[in-house]
Design a protein around this ligand. Structure first.
Ligand code: B16
Ligand code: MG
Length: 219
């Protein structure tokens, strides 16, 4: 009765969302723009260039740079972010995730990954999760970033799953919107994901039996 479970990467499988934040905060600081964790919620699940635009808007600097200058800034942020990724190991898989994946696979349900990050394959490799997911959709495979449903719909299609019989797990508000727009059941990991069909505060609270029972009530 469940076709597939599709996971977000940054912030669900590992805390790379925090490294994105540290790298953006440094770039913003150089521009004289202050950003905090609250502002960072708006960057989660949003593509690299769109994230830069949001930061520049925050500092009223959106019209101050050419596209090429913006690309240089985004590249600089990415190099900084990649320095953090060099330190990433399988120890950085968030609590409860491997157990959850094991339970889902035991029931013969497909699992997918939906990340708009261009670094998704590097992150999966560092975590030693290559080959774990039946299908991975990353930035190279979609045209539109979350909150558009394209990424979750692509994952379902490739997994031969009906979105209405599938579950998406996200830590970002834009990601929950993407899951809901695709017709899937949305599980949120965080404190302010009000549109999620079921919300937990941290990955260690992701219990498969609980998720299934919430899904059964929703369908
Ligand atoms: P990159 P997800 C997203 O990944 C992040 O949440 C978001 O903060 C980031 O800007 C985006 O990937 C692009 O990442 O700069 O590595 O291409 O949450 O969809 O796994
Ligand atoms: Mg995320």
């Amino acid at each position: 009765f469940i076709d597939a479970v599709v996971f977000d990467l940054d912030g669900v499988i590992t805390d790379s969302a925090h490294y994105h934040f540290l790298a953006w905060r440094e770039l913003a600081r150089e521009l004289g723009i202050g950003i905090d964790e609250v502002f960072n919620e708006r960057l989660k699940g949003v593509s690299r260039m769109d994230s830069l635009e949001l930061i520049l808007q925050e500092g009223n600097q959106q019209n101050d740079f050419t596209l090429s200058q913006k690309e240089t800034m985004a590249e600089k942020k990415n190099l900084h972010y990649c320095e953090f990724l060099n330190e990433l190991t399988s120890q950085d898989i968030l609590p409860g995730i491997l157990e959850l994946i094991t339970h889902i696979k035991f029931e013969g349900i497909s699992i997918g990954l939906a990340s708009v990050s261009r670094n998704a394959s590097t992150v999966l490799k560092a975590l030693q999760l290559e080959g774990t997911f039946d299908y991975v959709v990353d930035a190279a495979k979609v045209k539109k970033s979350k909150p558009d449903p394209e990424i979750f719909l692509t994952a379902c299609k490739q997994l031969d799953a009906n979105p209405k019989r599938s579950i998406g797990i996200e830590d970002a508000s834009a990601g929950i919107d993407s899951i809901k727009a695709s017709g899937m059941f949305a599980v949120g990991v965080g404190k302010t994901l009000f549109k999620a069909d079921y919300q937990v505060h941290a990955t260690k609270e992701l219990q498969w039996e609980m998720i299934k029972s919430e899904y059964m009530q929703w369908r």
